[in-house]
Design a protein around this ligand. Sequence first.
Ligand SMILES: Cc1ncc(COP(=O)(O)O)c(C=O)c1O
Length: 404
Amino acid sequence: MDYDETNEKDIELIELIRKDFPVTKKKIYMNCGSFAPMPLSTIKSITDFLVRCSEDGPDSTSVQEFITSLMKELRILLSQFINCEPEEIVFTQSTTEGLNIVASGIEWKKQDLIIARGGLHEHYANYFPWLNISKKFGVKLEEITIDNKGFFDLGMIDKIAKSNNAKLITLSHVLYNNGAIMPVEEVGKIAKRYNMLYSIDAAQSLGTVNVDVKKIGCDFLAFPGFKWICGPPGIGVFYCKRESAELLTPQYIGGESAIITEENNLVYTDSPQKFQTGFRNYVGIAGLASSLKYIQRLGINTIRKMNMKVANEIIEQLKTISGVSIFGPEDEKLRTSIVSFALDSINPKNMVATLQERGIIVAERDVVGGGRKKAVRASPHFFNVSNEGSEFVENIKAIQNMSG
Ligand SMILES: Cc1ncc(COP(=O)(O)O)c(C=O)c1O
């Protein structure tokens, strides 16, 4: 795909998009890997929902029917988006919650083995739950060696899986720190070959690259609403393959997730209700449905094209700065629009703070690359434009000049 070509239709589209994101009038916001802004249409859906609850009464038949239809609609939208059945979609609070449902739901035996990428270079949401399990049950956590971009040797995973009681592989689809896209489908084949469970942290992929749970071959996949889908905070999604749901015992139990039989036994209801005890974040569900429609209207291929154009321009301009290290993969097919870098002359924390004072919002993160390092992480999304990329780099140059 040629990410550098722009035509008139693209220019019209971006002008319309930017009107939907008021932050673009005030700031250069390139921090969607952390928390993306919502389009105005989502904010309207949320207020419409709240007004409706307020006017009709939240526990009135009409509002309850509306909530039921909203949840059904969102389940269908999400199932089309990631290629699964609507009943395989569980509404959670966050990615972290989804991953913990898996880690704490499996009946672990001491001889089991979990395979993870080098843990300290994973997002802690996809490391601590497994570390916790290994400490609690004596399960072995095998941390695969990674190279300085975060990739690993597939043969090594195959070897470990073959020669051990390997029970589960966990992997981030896209790395939070440098945007590297992991070979999730290839790892899925290994998981299948050795009959292992396969869990994916998709926090940094949903809404920026195509995600197809059947192609990946995973049992579980978790992501939030508030990053690349531009939805509200406090609502997440957990894909749980129908057959694999039986292997998980929920940590919570309550009205919606179980029944009591005549013999006084507690029996879990089927997934997704099994994992959804208590009221859900209905406001978040209203907002997420609206944001997801926005993302689907644009289409992931268009979003990726727009994102990569800006990211590639930033990388090319950064390369002209002396003493710069760029941490993501060179090959654009192997990365998203996350651009992580550091300068020899100024520490990333100060750079991020100074950029913020200048109205440019990015983040500081840890990266691999000859040990553990700090980096400035820019994560532009489809509402960012080339001029903003250039202004970002010009400001970096100016800050570097001032500091040295
Ligand atoms: C890869 C990855 N996993 C998990 C999380 C945590 O997401 P949540 O807040 O939805 O639990 C993040 C957040 O930055 C992330 O980047």
